[in-house]
Design a binder for this molecule. Structure first.
Ligand SMILES: NC(=O)c1ccc[n+]([C@@H]2O[C@H](COP(=O)([O-])OP(=O)(O)OC[C@H]3O[C@@H](n4cnc5c(N)ncnc54)[C@H](OP(=O)(O)O)[C@@H]3O)[C@@H](O)[C@H]2O)c1
Length: 387
């Protein structure tokens, strides 16, 4: 029988869990833990953060009802495949639609408030876009909007069945041509599945125009570690996307308009990256864990090796909404901001952060060169790139 254990819990499930304990061999994976925070607005969440941070893990609360049980596997550290290390030193894409100085952070900070115009968005035939987490919420709505404009969309789901079902839904409800929808799958709690997904995409879609890093979960109530040894929200929301982006380098086009769009969050402003304890094993709060993953995504967009932007889609009425507020706009409305950034006709500033349609300065730490380099080193290590 499969068992689900939070980090630090004994196999019998009786030993009180201790924040900071790591599971040996056994693994607790939580599937799409939904919501659970009840702040009424982001400001309130921000003001709560210090208190949340200092709180110890409330041990032994009951597990969420939609927790999915996984077979325990031995945590692995895969050696970085030969020949790939070099590719990490080259830019993924070399497109810059606007000139950017090496000190882009300061430049953006001096020039925030730029708003994307409401120009008519262009049709997208011939464009190929991979959207992660496209089975529901903002990802599904983004996939729909891009496909309706003629793009070929690779719909990513946690499993092949879920991805297929999402594609069938778009074919049935939006009349999308089935030939332009390609379901692909990977459970981001398993980095080897991310690697397989990337390999599949490189072979089957060697010309990828846009990668939308959208899949995400709320961090669970209790500290939870994947088989790869990472805090689950940090892995699903950031590390899996980091790995996917790096491995898709051969497919990501350097043609004008090629780009990576990270669906990040304004909650990144409330975050810090715990460099000494990125897995949040010593002191865990689900809000801090989620916010850290969003900050990491935002920092990654500022990585000069990648032509990328990050975007806060607004508070949307999805399973993640309780992290932000009690009500939000439709996922389709949030998706318009994501889809707009995928349009090659929309000029982006490489590394910029957008709050819906407006380019604003992200948290200052998000564009610091030192932070970018430090995060790269950390992420390389955690996704299995040794030495
Ligand atoms: N909603 C908001 O107000 C809001 C605000 C700011 C930022 N965001 C960001 O927007 C993004 C999309 O969130 P959403 O609100 O649309 O949430 P959502 O409706 O829960 O969608 C999340 C997507 O990610 C997928 N996913 C979750 N865990 C996964 C895993 N282990 N492996 C592969 N895929 C997985 C989900 O697949 P399943 O259906 O299988 O779970 C789903 O397709 C997230 O990155 C979130 O941080 C949301």
């Amino acid at each position: 029988m499969r068992t689900l254990r939070p980090a630090g819990r004994s196999p019998s499930g009786k030993r009180p869990c201790t924040s900071g304990a790591r599971m040996g061999g056994g693994v607790a994976l939580v599937r799409g833990v939904r919501g659970g925070f009840h702040g009424s607005c982001e400001q309130r969440m921000a003001s709560l953060r210090p208190a949340a941070e200092s709180r110890r893990d409330p041990s032994c609360a009951s597990l969420p009802g939609n927790a999915r049980v996984r077979s325990p596997l031995t945590p692995t550290r895969r050696p970085w495949p030969s020949g790939r290390r070099d590719s990490f030193r080259r830019p993924v894409l070399r497109i810059r639609t606007c000139p950017v100085s090496p000190r882009r952070g300061r430049r953006r900070a001096r020039n925030p408030g730029w708003t994307m115009s409401d120009q008519d968005l262009s049709p997208l035939p011939g464009r190929t876009v991979l959207v992660t987490g496209a089975t529901t919420g903002i990802g599904l709505a983004t996939a729909r909007q891009l496909a309706e404009r003629g793009a070929t969309v690779l719909l990513h789901g946690r499993t092949a069945e879920e991805a297929r079902a999402a594609a069938d839904r778009l074919i049935a409800t939006a009349g999308i041509d089935a030939a332009r929808l390609h379901p692909v799958a990977a459970d981001f709690t398993h980095l080897d599945e991310v690697e397989s997904l990337a390999n599949q995409v490189v072979v089957q879609h060697p010309h990828l125009d846009v990668l939308v890093n959208n899949a995400g979960i709320a961090a669970p109530e209790r500290h939870t570690v994947t088989t790869d040894g990472n805090e689950i929200a940090f892995q699903v929301n950031f590390l899996a996307h980091y790995l996917l982006t790096r491995l898709l380098e051969p497919a990501l086009t350097s043609d004008p308009g090629g780009r990576v769009v990270n669906v990040s969050s304004s909650l990144h402003r409330t975050a810090n990256i715990q460099w000494n304890d990125p897995q949040r094993a010593r002191r865990y709060s689900r809000l801090a864990a989620y916010a850290q993953s969003q900050l990491a995504l935002t920092v990654f967009a500022a990585d000069p090796r990648v032509t990328a932007v990050s975007v806060h889609p607004g508070v949307c009425a999805t399973a993640l909404m309780p992290l932000y507020a009690h009500e939000g706009v439709t996922p389709a409305e949030g998706a318009t901001h994501v889809a707009r950034l995928c349009d090659p006709a929309v000029e982006i500033v490489n590394g910029a952060y957008y709050d819906r349609a407006e380019r604003v300065a992200p948290a200052p730490v998000a564009t610091e060169d030192r932070t970018i380099k430090r995060l790269n080193r950390l992420a390389d290590l955690l996704v299995g790139r040794t030495a």
